[in-house]
Design a binder for this molecule. Structure first.
Ligand code: IPE
Length: 252
């Protein structure tokens, strides 16, 4: 089988923070061109975050605390915001000629206490076999204990990388990698992570910022799949297997 890659686009690289749901179309078309140009041989699954299209809504409706009868408006509003972003990402990829197709976790995933316990992936395997590019996103999903919850794109990456036996995982972000004292940490393992001082992002983030990201990726590394975190401007380098100047998260 050819390389099977999951690429996560951080919400902050595809939306403008500060405003309510403003898609960064310039960044998106650059990203789409980089994917189209660099990886014709690989199977690619794109997962994107929410940025300003979902985080403010999830925060406003307290979805981190779940949802109760009569208080379900936030599920609709948050899903609608991140779905609009999904349309924009899928559209930008399609404009380059890629056969991209949006897939919504709310429809295919179920969580319990904030963690995915089921996520249909057989249809994604079929899409990849047909040469398509599934475009998935951090979303609100129904939660067996809490009514509803937010699952981050990073949690979805972890789940799907295992379910779809991905060979490479990349996270394109607005920072050059994981920073410790202003310098990029070249490699993180379950051993070395304890020695690091990792900051959180400054804008509204209901899913734990860089710390949440590393926790998911260390969990993935324990399953034997490493992941790379790099600046979005180095996307082409990651896809072509060149040095991207970022952070590699690896197992023991
Ligand atoms: C968040 O997904 C999903 C919602 C708030 C609906 P992520 O946590 O992956 O988003 P970013 O990348 O941090 O913006």
């Amino acid at each position: 089988m050819s390389d099977r890659v999951i690429l996560k686009l951080g919400g902050s690289v595809i939306t403008d923070k500060g405003a309510d749901c403003r898609v960064n179309k310039t960044a998106l078309s650059g990203i789409a061109a980089a994917i189209a140009g660099a990886a014709p041989a690989a199977q690619i699954i794109v997962v994107h975050g929410a940025g300003s299209c979902g985080h403010p809504e999830a925060h406003r409706f307290h979805l981190d605390k779940g949802a109760a009868t009569g208080q379900t408006e936030g599920i609709y509003v948050t899903h609608r915001a991140v779905s609009a972003l999904n349309d924009a990402v899928t559209g930008a990829l399609r404009e380059t000629g890629m056969p991209a197709l949006g897939v919504h976790p709310l429809h295919v995933g179920v969580a319990d206490k904030g963690r995915l316990v089921a996520f249909e992936s057989r249809h994604l395997g079929q899409m990849l076999a047909l040469g398509m590019v599934p475009v998935i996103h951090g979303d609100v999903v129904m939660d067996l204990s809490r009514g509803a919850c937010i699952v981050s794109g990073d949690q979805i990456v972890r789940y799907l990388a295992v379910a779809l036996k991905c060979t490479r995982v990349g996270l394109a972000t607005d920072v050059p990698g994981v920073l410790d004292g202003g310098r990029v940490v070249p490699e993180i393992t379950p051993e070395t992570v304890r020695t690091l001082q990792i900051g959180n992002s400054s804008h509204t983030d209901v899913t734990g910022g860089m710390k949440g990201k590393i926790d998911e990726l260390l969990g993935l590394a324990k399953s034997g799949i490493g992941a790379d975190i790099f600046h979005v401007s180095r996307l082409g380098d990651f896809l072509t297997g060149n040095d991207h100047g970022g952070t590699k998260v690896r197992g023991e």
